[in-house]
Design a protein around this ligand. Structure first.
Ligand code: URA
Ligand code: CA
Length: 461
Protein backbone atom coordinates (compact mmCIF):
# COMPACT_ATOMS: atom_id res chain seq x y z
CA UNK A 1 0.00 0.00 0.00
CA UNK A 2 1.24 3.50 -0.79
CA UNK A 3 2.64 5.47 2.15
CA UNK A 4 0.01 8.11 1.59
CA UNK A 5 -2.83 5.63 2.01
CA UNK A 6 -1.29 4.22 5.16
CA UNK A 7 -1.02 7.74 6.50
CA UNK A 8 -4.68 8.41 5.68
CA UNK A 9 -5.73 5.20 7.42
CA UNK A 10 -3.55 6.02 10.42
CA UNK A 11 -5.08 9.44 10.57
CA UNK A 12 -8.61 8.08 10.23
CA UNK A 13 -7.94 5.63 13.05
CA UNK A 14 -6.45 8.34 15.24
CA UNK A 15 -9.34 10.72 14.56
CA UNK A 16 -11.88 8.10 15.51
CA UNK A 17 -10.19 7.21 18.79
CA UNK A 18 -9.49 10.81 19.62
CA UNK A 19 -13.12 11.83 19.21
CA UNK A 20 -14.06 9.08 21.65
CA UNK A 21 -11.53 10.36 24.15
CA UNK A 22 -12.90 13.89 23.78
CA UNK A 23 -16.41 12.50 24.33
CA UNK A 24 -15.25 10.61 27.42
CA UNK A 25 -13.81 13.78 28.99
CA UNK A 26 -16.75 15.90 27.79
CA UNK A 27 -19.12 13.58 29.67
CA UNK A 28 -17.03 13.76 32.84
CA UNK A 29 -15.23 10.41 32.85
CA UNK A 30 -11.54 10.18 33.77
CA UNK A 31 -9.00 9.41 31.05
CA UNK A 32 -6.61 6.50 31.56
CA UNK A 33 -2.83 6.72 31.46
CA UNK A 34 -2.76 5.21 27.95
CA UNK A 35 -5.53 7.57 26.72
CA UNK A 36 -3.42 10.50 27.83
CA UNK A 37 -0.15 9.12 26.42
CA UNK A 38 -1.89 8.52 23.10
CA UNK A 39 -3.25 12.08 23.02
CA UNK A 40 0.03 13.83 23.87
CA UNK A 41 2.22 11.64 21.63
CA UNK A 42 -0.26 11.99 18.75
CA UNK A 43 -0.43 15.75 19.15
CA UNK A 44 3.34 16.24 19.27
CA UNK A 45 3.80 14.02 16.20
CA UNK A 46 1.24 16.04 14.27
CA UNK A 47 -1.18 13.13 13.92
CA UNK A 48 -3.81 14.74 16.12
CA UNK A 49 -4.85 18.14 14.73
CA UNK A 50 -5.22 21.38 16.69
CA UNK A 51 -9.02 21.36 16.44
CA UNK A 52 -9.28 18.09 18.33
CA UNK A 53 -6.74 19.15 20.94
CA UNK A 54 -8.68 22.41 21.37
CA UNK A 55 -11.91 20.50 21.99
CA UNK A 56 -10.14 18.27 24.49
CA UNK A 57 -8.61 21.28 26.30
CA UNK A 58 -12.07 22.83 26.56
CA UNK A 59 -13.51 19.56 27.91
CA UNK A 60 -10.73 19.48 30.53
CA UNK A 61 -11.43 23.13 31.32
CA UNK A 62 -15.06 22.32 32.20
CA UNK A 63 -14.68 18.80 33.61
CA UNK A 64 -11.26 19.06 35.27
CA UNK A 65 -8.89 16.15 35.91
CA UNK A 66 -8.25 14.12 39.04
CA UNK A 67 -4.76 13.82 40.57
CA UNK A 68 -3.92 10.61 38.69
CA UNK A 69 -4.92 12.12 35.36
CA UNK A 70 -2.91 15.28 36.08
CA UNK A 71 0.14 13.19 36.98
CA UNK A 72 -0.21 11.06 33.82
CA UNK A 73 -0.59 14.22 31.72
CA UNK A 74 2.50 15.76 33.33
CA UNK A 75 4.52 12.59 32.77
CA UNK A 76 3.37 12.27 29.13
CA UNK A 77 4.42 15.88 28.55
CA UNK A 78 7.86 15.28 30.13
CA UNK A 79 8.27 12.27 27.81
CA UNK A 80 7.58 14.40 24.73
CA UNK A 81 11.15 15.76 24.73
CA UNK A 82 14.63 15.72 26.25
CA UNK A 83 15.24 15.66 29.98
CA UNK A 84 18.20 16.56 32.18
CA UNK A 85 19.81 14.17 34.63
CA UNK A 86 21.68 15.76 37.52
CA UNK A 87 22.53 12.38 39.08
CA UNK A 88 26.28 12.79 38.56
CA UNK A 89 26.32 15.97 40.66
CA UNK A 90 26.78 15.12 44.34
CA UNK A 91 24.22 16.31 46.88
CA UNK A 92 20.46 16.90 46.88
CA UNK A 93 19.83 19.31 43.98
CA UNK A 94 17.09 21.85 44.59
CA UNK A 95 15.18 24.01 42.13
CA UNK A 96 12.73 26.86 42.66
CA UNK A 97 9.97 28.18 40.50
CA UNK A 98 7.77 31.23 40.64
CA UNK A 99 4.46 31.33 38.81
CA UNK A 100 5.43 34.84 37.77
CA UNK A 101 5.21 38.25 39.34
CA UNK A 102 6.02 41.88 38.71
CA UNK A 103 9.55 42.85 39.77
CA UNK A 104 10.14 39.33 41.09
CA UNK A 105 13.86 39.48 41.77
CA UNK A 106 13.94 36.41 44.04
CA UNK A 107 15.83 33.98 41.78
CA UNK A 108 18.83 36.34 41.57
CA UNK A 109 19.03 36.31 45.36
CA UNK A 110 17.86 32.82 46.30
CA UNK A 111 20.16 30.87 43.96
CA UNK A 112 23.48 32.20 45.35
CA UNK A 113 22.04 32.37 48.88
CA UNK A 114 21.04 28.70 49.00
CA UNK A 115 24.23 27.65 47.18
CA UNK A 116 26.23 29.49 49.85
CA UNK A 117 24.60 27.16 52.39
CA UNK A 118 26.04 24.18 50.51
CA UNK A 119 22.91 23.12 48.61
CA UNK A 120 23.48 22.83 44.84
CA UNK A 121 20.99 24.84 42.79
CA UNK A 122 20.53 24.11 39.07
CA UNK A 123 18.11 26.64 37.67
CA UNK A 124 16.91 26.88 34.12
CA UNK A 125 15.23 30.19 33.48
CA UNK A 126 13.42 31.89 30.70
CA UNK A 127 13.15 35.27 29.06
CA UNK A 128 10.35 37.62 29.86
CA UNK A 129 7.19 37.96 27.86
CA UNK A 130 4.66 40.66 28.67
CA UNK A 131 4.91 42.59 31.91
CA UNK A 132 6.67 39.90 33.97
CA UNK A 133 10.42 39.92 33.43
CA UNK A 134 12.64 36.95 32.70
CA UNK A 135 15.59 36.09 34.91
CA UNK A 136 17.89 35.61 31.89
CA UNK A 137 17.15 39.13 30.65
CA UNK A 138 17.98 40.47 34.11
CA UNK A 139 21.29 38.57 34.36
CA UNK A 140 22.30 39.62 30.85
CA UNK A 141 22.19 43.26 31.93
CA UNK A 142 25.40 42.48 33.86
CA UNK A 143 28.28 43.47 31.52
CA UNK A 144 29.60 40.35 29.77
CA UNK A 145 27.25 37.86 31.47
CA UNK A 146 26.50 34.79 29.38
CA UNK A 147 23.17 33.08 30.10
CA UNK A 148 23.51 30.64 27.22
CA UNK A 149 25.42 27.64 28.59
CA UNK A 150 25.65 24.24 26.98
CA UNK A 151 24.21 21.45 29.10
CA UNK A 152 27.74 20.37 29.99
CA UNK A 153 28.80 23.88 31.03
CA UNK A 154 25.63 24.20 33.09
CA UNK A 155 26.27 20.95 34.98
CA UNK A 156 29.96 21.72 35.42
CA UNK A 157 29.03 25.08 36.96
CA UNK A 158 26.66 23.43 39.43
CA UNK A 159 29.32 20.85 40.29
CA UNK A 160 32.14 23.37 40.75
CA UNK A 161 30.50 26.37 42.38
CA UNK A 162 27.16 24.94 43.46
CA UNK A 163 24.95 27.19 41.35
CA UNK A 164 24.08 28.11 37.78
CA UNK A 165 21.25 29.96 36.08
CA UNK A 166 20.95 29.48 32.34
CA UNK A 167 18.56 29.16 29.43
CA UNK A 168 17.60 25.75 28.14
CA UNK A 169 19.49 24.49 25.12
CA UNK A 170 18.00 21.03 24.62
CA UNK A 171 14.41 20.52 23.50
CA UNK A 172 12.51 20.03 26.73
CA UNK A 173 8.74 19.48 26.88
CA UNK A 174 7.78 20.39 23.28
CA UNK A 175 4.23 19.27 24.19
CA UNK A 176 3.94 22.25 26.52
CA UNK A 177 5.04 24.75 23.87
CA UNK A 178 2.38 23.43 21.50
CA UNK A 179 -0.35 23.09 24.10
CA UNK A 180 0.32 26.46 25.70
CA UNK A 181 0.11 28.24 22.32
CA UNK A 182 -3.16 26.43 21.65
CA UNK A 183 -4.61 27.22 25.10
CA UNK A 184 -3.65 30.85 24.69
CA UNK A 185 -5.96 31.24 21.68
CA UNK A 186 -8.78 28.92 22.80
CA UNK A 187 -9.59 30.44 26.22
CA UNK A 188 -8.32 27.36 28.06
CA UNK A 189 -5.33 28.77 29.97
CA UNK A 190 -7.17 29.07 33.31
CA UNK A 191 -7.55 25.36 34.02
CA UNK A 192 -5.91 23.99 37.19
CA UNK A 193 -4.79 20.62 35.78
CA UNK A 194 -3.55 22.26 32.56
CA UNK A 195 -1.59 24.93 34.45
CA UNK A 196 -0.22 22.39 36.94
CA UNK A 197 0.93 19.95 34.24
CA UNK A 198 2.41 22.78 32.16
CA UNK A 199 4.52 24.08 35.05
CA UNK A 200 5.39 20.71 36.60
CA UNK A 201 6.37 19.02 33.32
CA UNK A 202 9.07 21.68 32.80
CA UNK A 203 10.26 21.38 36.41
CA UNK A 204 10.39 17.56 36.38
CA UNK A 205 12.26 17.54 33.05
CA UNK A 206 14.94 19.79 34.58
CA UNK A 207 16.00 16.97 36.91
CA UNK A 208 16.14 18.45 40.44
CA UNK A 209 15.55 16.20 43.46
CA UNK A 210 13.49 18.83 45.25
CA UNK A 211 11.39 21.75 44.05
CA UNK A 212 10.07 24.78 45.94
CA UNK A 213 7.20 26.57 44.22
CA UNK A 214 6.33 30.21 44.78
CA UNK A 215 2.66 30.45 43.84
CA UNK A 216 1.75 34.10 43.37
CA UNK A 217 -1.74 35.39 43.96
CA UNK A 218 -3.22 38.84 43.45
CA UNK A 219 -3.28 41.74 41.06
CA UNK A 220 0.07 41.12 39.39
CA UNK A 221 -0.41 37.34 39.13
CA UNK A 222 -2.48 35.21 36.79
CA UNK A 223 -4.26 33.71 39.82
CA UNK A 224 -6.39 36.34 41.51
CA UNK A 225 -7.93 34.52 44.52
CA UNK A 226 -6.38 32.72 47.51
CA UNK A 227 -8.55 29.63 47.19
CA UNK A 228 -7.38 28.91 43.61
CA UNK A 229 -3.75 29.57 44.59
CA UNK A 230 -3.88 26.96 47.39
CA UNK A 231 -5.62 24.54 45.04
CA UNK A 232 -2.99 24.98 42.32
CA UNK A 233 -0.19 24.66 44.88
CA UNK A 234 -1.71 21.46 46.27
CA UNK A 235 -2.07 19.86 42.82
CA UNK A 236 1.51 20.72 41.85
CA UNK A 237 2.96 19.47 45.15
CA UNK A 238 1.05 16.17 44.77
CA UNK A 239 2.13 15.79 41.13
CA UNK A 240 5.79 16.27 42.07
CA UNK A 241 5.55 13.84 44.99
CA UNK A 242 3.96 11.18 42.79
CA UNK A 243 7.05 11.55 40.61
CA UNK A 244 9.29 10.95 43.62
CA UNK A 245 10.44 14.55 44.20
CA UNK A 246 10.66 16.48 47.46
CA UNK A 247 8.06 19.22 47.17
CA UNK A 248 6.89 22.36 48.92
CA UNK A 249 4.91 25.41 47.84
CA UNK A 250 4.70 28.88 49.36
CA UNK A 251 1.66 31.01 48.49
CA UNK A 252 2.60 34.69 48.32
CA UNK A 253 0.84 37.98 47.81
CA UNK A 254 1.43 39.78 44.51
CA UNK A 255 -0.92 42.73 44.99
CA UNK A 256 2.01 45.13 44.79
CA UNK A 257 5.40 44.80 43.06
CA UNK A 258 8.00 42.85 45.01
CA UNK A 259 10.80 45.03 46.33
CA UNK A 260 11.17 48.44 44.72
CA UNK A 261 12.70 47.81 41.31
CA UNK A 262 10.95 46.66 38.14
CA UNK A 263 13.35 46.47 35.20
CA UNK A 264 16.37 44.36 34.30
CA UNK A 265 19.56 46.15 35.45
CA UNK A 266 17.53 47.82 38.20
CA UNK A 267 16.56 44.41 39.58
CA UNK A 268 20.17 43.16 39.49
CA UNK A 269 21.13 46.17 41.62
CA UNK A 270 18.24 45.35 43.96
CA UNK A 271 19.42 41.73 44.18
CA UNK A 272 22.98 42.81 45.06
CA UNK A 273 21.65 45.11 47.78
CA UNK A 274 19.54 42.26 49.15
CA UNK A 275 22.55 39.92 49.13
CA UNK A 276 24.40 42.59 51.14
CA UNK A 277 21.55 42.58 53.66
CA UNK A 278 20.48 46.07 52.54
CA UNK A 279 17.54 45.13 50.33
CA UNK A 280 13.84 45.91 50.58
CA UNK A 281 12.36 44.01 53.57
CA UNK A 282 9.62 42.24 51.54
CA UNK A 283 12.12 40.86 49.02
CA UNK A 284 14.48 39.74 51.79
CA UNK A 285 11.64 38.03 53.65
CA UNK A 286 10.48 36.13 50.58
CA UNK A 287 14.03 35.05 49.69
CA UNK A 288 14.68 33.79 53.23
CA UNK A 289 11.33 31.96 53.30
CA UNK A 290 11.79 30.22 49.93
CA UNK A 291 15.45 29.53 50.73
CA UNK A 292 14.48 28.12 54.14
CA UNK A 293 12.19 25.62 52.43
CA UNK A 294 14.94 24.75 49.93
CA UNK A 295 17.37 23.93 52.77
CA UNK A 296 14.68 21.90 54.47
CA UNK A 297 13.90 19.84 51.33
CA UNK A 298 17.65 19.26 50.90
CA UNK A 299 17.80 17.89 54.46
CA UNK A 300 20.18 20.61 55.68
CA UNK A 301 17.75 21.68 58.41
CA UNK A 302 14.76 19.98 59.98
CA UNK A 303 12.44 23.01 59.75
CA UNK A 304 12.21 25.82 57.16
CA UNK A 305 12.34 28.37 60.02
CA UNK A 306 15.76 27.04 60.97
CA UNK A 307 16.82 27.38 57.35
CA UNK A 308 15.76 31.03 57.38
CA UNK A 309 18.04 31.72 60.34
CA UNK A 310 20.97 29.95 58.65
CA UNK A 311 20.46 31.99 55.49
CA UNK A 312 20.14 35.30 57.32
CA UNK A 313 23.65 34.72 58.67
CA UNK A 314 24.94 34.15 55.13
CA UNK A 315 23.47 37.50 54.06
CA UNK A 316 25.05 39.22 57.04
CA UNK A 317 28.52 37.68 56.73
CA UNK A 318 28.84 38.31 52.98
CA UNK A 319 28.97 34.62 51.96
CA UNK A 320 25.85 34.88 49.76
CA UNK A 321 27.20 37.95 47.94
CA UNK A 322 30.50 36.17 47.40
CA UNK A 323 28.64 33.22 45.84
CA UNK A 324 26.83 35.58 43.46
CA UNK A 325 30.23 37.05 42.52
CA UNK A 326 31.50 33.54 41.74
CA UNK A 327 28.42 32.78 39.62
CA UNK A 328 28.85 35.99 37.63
CA UNK A 329 32.56 35.36 37.10
CA UNK A 330 31.93 31.79 36.01
CA UNK A 331 29.46 33.00 33.36
CA UNK A 332 31.85 35.68 32.03
CA UNK A 333 30.15 38.63 33.70
CA UNK A 334 31.95 41.46 35.44
CA UNK A 335 32.26 40.24 39.07
CA UNK A 336 33.18 43.73 40.32
CA UNK A 337 29.55 44.87 40.04
CA UNK A 338 28.82 43.22 43.41
CA UNK A 339 31.23 45.64 45.08
CA UNK A 340 30.59 48.66 42.89
CA UNK A 341 27.06 49.03 41.53
CA UNK A 342 28.06 52.05 39.46
CA UNK A 343 29.61 49.49 37.06
CA UNK A 344 26.06 48.41 36.13
CA UNK A 345 24.57 50.11 33.07
CA UNK A 346 22.12 52.82 34.06
CA UNK A 347 19.43 54.85 32.35
CA UNK A 348 20.36 58.40 31.36
CA UNK A 349 17.35 59.98 32.89
CA UNK A 350 15.26 59.61 36.03
CA UNK A 351 11.86 61.26 36.07
CA UNK A 352 9.87 61.39 39.29
CA UNK A 353 6.18 60.66 39.68
CA UNK A 354 4.69 62.87 42.40
CA UNK A 355 1.52 62.39 44.36
CA UNK A 356 -1.32 64.81 43.68
CA UNK A 357 -3.10 63.89 46.91
CA UNK A 358 -2.43 63.12 50.56
CA UNK A 359 -3.20 59.84 52.31
CA UNK A 360 -2.12 56.25 52.97
CA UNK A 361 -1.33 54.08 49.93
CA UNK A 362 -4.24 51.62 49.89
CA UNK A 363 -3.53 50.06 46.48
CA UNK A 364 -0.46 49.78 44.28
CA UNK A 365 -1.54 47.67 41.34
CA UNK A 366 1.44 45.54 40.36
CA UNK A 367 0.11 44.89 36.89
CA UNK A 368 -0.06 48.60 36.00
CA UNK A 369 3.53 49.12 37.20
CA UNK A 370 4.58 46.09 35.14
CA UNK A 371 2.81 47.50 32.08
CA UNK A 372 4.56 50.87 32.53
CA UNK A 373 7.95 49.10 32.75
CA UNK A 374 7.10 47.13 29.62
CA UNK A 375 6.13 50.33 27.74
CA UNK A 376 9.52 51.77 28.71
CA UNK A 377 11.15 48.77 27.03
CA UNK A 378 11.97 46.58 30.08
CA UNK A 379 9.74 43.75 28.86
CA UNK A 380 8.65 42.28 25.56
CA UNK A 381 5.27 43.11 24.05
CA UNK A 382 5.90 40.45 21.43
CA UNK A 383 8.19 37.42 21.47
CA UNK A 384 10.78 39.11 19.22
CA UNK A 385 10.67 42.60 20.81
CA UNK A 386 14.07 43.94 21.87
CA UNK A 387 14.39 44.85 25.52
CA UNK A 388 16.31 47.78 26.95
CA UNK A 389 18.28 46.54 30.00
CA UNK A 390 18.51 49.90 31.78
CA UNK A 391 14.94 51.18 31.76
CA UNK A 392 12.23 50.51 34.32
CA UNK A 393 10.37 51.82 37.33
CA UNK A 394 11.38 52.08 40.99
CA UNK A 395 8.57 52.54 43.49
CA UNK A 396 9.39 54.73 46.48
CA UNK A 397 6.03 54.41 48.27
CA UNK A 398 4.46 51.03 48.85
CA UNK A 399 1.22 49.80 50.46
CA UNK A 400 0.50 51.44 53.81
CA UNK A 401 2.94 54.36 53.33
CA UNK A 402 1.85 57.84 54.39
CA UNK A 403 2.09 60.25 51.48
CA UNK A 404 1.81 64.04 51.30
CA UNK A 405 0.89 65.97 48.21
CA UNK A 406 4.01 66.39 46.06
CA UNK A 407 5.85 63.41 47.60
CA UNK A 408 7.69 61.21 45.13
CA UNK A 409 5.79 57.94 44.59
CA UNK A 410 8.07 56.41 41.97
CA UNK A 411 10.86 57.06 39.49
CA UNK A 412 10.80 56.35 35.79
CA UNK A 413 14.20 55.28 34.43
CA UNK A 414 14.36 56.06 30.74
CA UNK A 415 16.51 56.94 27.75
CA UNK A 416 17.72 60.34 26.56
CA UNK A 417 15.28 63.15 25.67
CA UNK A 418 15.83 63.13 21.91
CA UNK A 419 15.64 59.40 21.44
CA UNK A 420 12.60 57.79 23.01
CA UNK A 421 13.40 54.24 24.15
CA UNK A 422 10.65 53.11 21.81
CA UNK A 423 10.43 54.65 18.41
CA UNK A 424 6.76 55.49 18.62
CA UNK A 425 6.75 58.84 16.85
CA UNK A 426 5.16 60.35 19.97
CA UNK A 427 6.91 63.42 21.39
CA UNK A 428 9.09 62.48 24.34
CA UNK A 429 7.32 64.70 26.88
CA UNK A 430 3.99 63.17 25.87
CA UNK A 431 5.42 59.66 26.29
CA UNK A 432 6.75 60.55 29.75
CA UNK A 433 3.52 62.16 30.87
CA UNK A 434 1.54 59.09 29.68
CA UNK A 435 3.87 56.91 31.77
CA UNK A 436 3.51 59.19 34.78
CA UNK A 437 -0.27 58.95 34.48
CA UNK A 438 -0.06 55.19 34.11
CA UNK A 439 1.92 54.94 37.35
CA UNK A 440 -0.36 57.40 39.15
CA UNK A 441 -3.36 55.29 38.12
CA UNK A 442 -1.74 52.26 39.82
CA UNK A 443 -2.00 54.08 43.16
CA UNK A 444 -5.05 54.56 45.40
CA UNK A 445 -5.12 56.31 48.76
CA UNK A 446 -7.24 56.34 51.89
CA UNK A 447 -7.45 58.68 54.88
CA UNK A 448 -6.89 56.18 57.68
CA UNK A 449 -3.81 54.04 58.35
CA UNK A 450 -4.41 50.29 58.04
CA UNK A 451 -2.65 46.95 58.43
CA UNK A 452 -0.90 45.84 55.23
CA UNK A 453 -1.83 42.21 54.35
CA UNK A 454 1.04 39.75 54.84
CA UNK A 455 3.34 38.85 51.93
CA UNK A 456 3.53 35.17 52.87
CA UNK A 457 -0.01 33.80 52.83
CA UNK A 458 0.68 30.15 53.55
CA UNK A 459 2.52 27.01 52.53
CA UNK A 460 1.86 23.44 51.50
CA UNK A 461 4.12 20.45 51.87
N1 URA B 1 2.81 29.14 33.42
C1 URA B 1 3.04 28.04 32.70
O1 URA B 1 4.19 27.67 32.47
N2 URA B 1 1.99 27.36 32.22
C2 URA B 1 0.71 27.71 32.43
O2 URA B 1 -0.18 27.05 31.98
C3 URA B 1 0.48 28.88 33.21
C4 URA B 1 1.55 29.57 33.69
CA1 CA C 1 11.88 43.92 42.48
Amino acid sequence: MADQAINVLKRAGAVMIVSELILKKRDGYPLTCSDIEHLIAGYVQGIIPDYQMSALAMAVYFRGMNEEETTHLTRAMVNSGDTISLKDIPGVKIDKHSTGGVGDTTTLVVVPLVAAAGVPVAKLSGRGLGHTGGTLDKLESIPGFCAELTLNEFKTAVKNIGAAVAGQTIEMVPADKMLYALRDVTATVESMPLIASSIMSKKLAAGADGIVLDVKVGDGAFIKDHCSAFELARIMVETGKMDGRQMAAVITNMDQPLGRAVGNALEVEEAVLTLRGEGPPDLEELCLTLGGWMLSLAGKVSQPEQGKATLKKLLDNGAALLKFREMIQNQNGDPLIVEDLSLMPRAEKQVSVKSRVEGYVSRLRAEAIGQAAMKLGAGREKKDSLIDPVVGVTVEKKLGAMVKQGDILAHIHTGPEKEPARNTGIEDHERISDLQNMILSAYEFQDEPFEVPPLIIGDIK
